[in-house]
Design a protein around this ligand. Structure first.
Ligand code: ADP
Length: 188
């Protein structure tokens, strides 16, 4: 977990390779549906452009299907899901049905002004018209309002690992690897 711009996708990709499990990134799945023009893509695009979350019903159904696929049966890394309390409840149900549970929840911590600076820089470099400052700020607010409360839920369950997301990619990668290994040892 982590707010927009925290480097969540980059780190999730490396960590999933290190762990040998598929990375299941809801944002990527939505974007690929947008580019192939599916029904899900058409629904998702409106919300994504506005900086809002895609409705839980759509997201939950998509994740349920993805977690049922063969390559996810021996483990997976969720990137960008769950993002709402409703999604936490659905994920609990899906995992119970599959007879599995989460090992850990990694949260990347980055101060919000640092994030806004990073995202504005990226928007300039890529010429991304979708990422103007008001949408960037709005996405941070959506994270704080809808997703940050999930951190407490997973902390109470003893699953939360908080990692400082400031620093270069390899530095943060090292912190995550160490923290996840420690957490796994503690549970063993
Ligand atoms: P970022 O890393 O910039 O936050 P993602 O690539 O994870 O973005 O997701 C892009 C967009 O896809 C989100 O802003 C949101 O609109 C939608 N999305 C992704 N995951 C979810 C989710 N779990 N629930 C609802 N919407 C989601």
């Amino acid at each position: 977990m982590g707010p927009p711009g925290a480097g969540k996708g980059t780190q999730a990709s490396t960590l999933s390779k290190d762990l040998g499990v598929p990375q299941i990134a809801t944002g990527d799945i939505f974007r690929s549906n947008v580019s192939t023009g599916t029904e899900i893509g058409r629904t998702a695009q409106r919300y994504m452009d506005a900086g809002d979350y895609v409705p839980d019903s759509v997201t939950n159904q998509m994740v349920r299907a993805r977690l049922g696929e063969a390559d996810a049966q021996d483990g997976f890394l969720l990137d960008g899901y769950p993002r709402t309390l409703d999604q936490v409840g659905t994920l609990d149900d899906i995992l119970a049905e599959l007879g599995t549970e989460l090992d850990a929840v990694v949260s990347l911590k980055v101060d919000s002004e640092e994030l806004i600076a990073r995202l504005l820089k990226r928007a300039h470099q890529d010429g991304r018209a979708d990422d103007d400052e008001s949408v960037i700020r709005y996405r941070q607010k959506v994270y704080v309002d809808q997703t940050a409360p999930l951190l407490d839920v997973y902390a109470v369950r003893g699953l939360l690992i908080e990692v400082d997301g400031i620093g270069d990619v390899d530095e943060v990668r090292g912190r995550i690897a160490t923290a996840v290994a420690d957490h796994t040892k503690r549970d063993a």
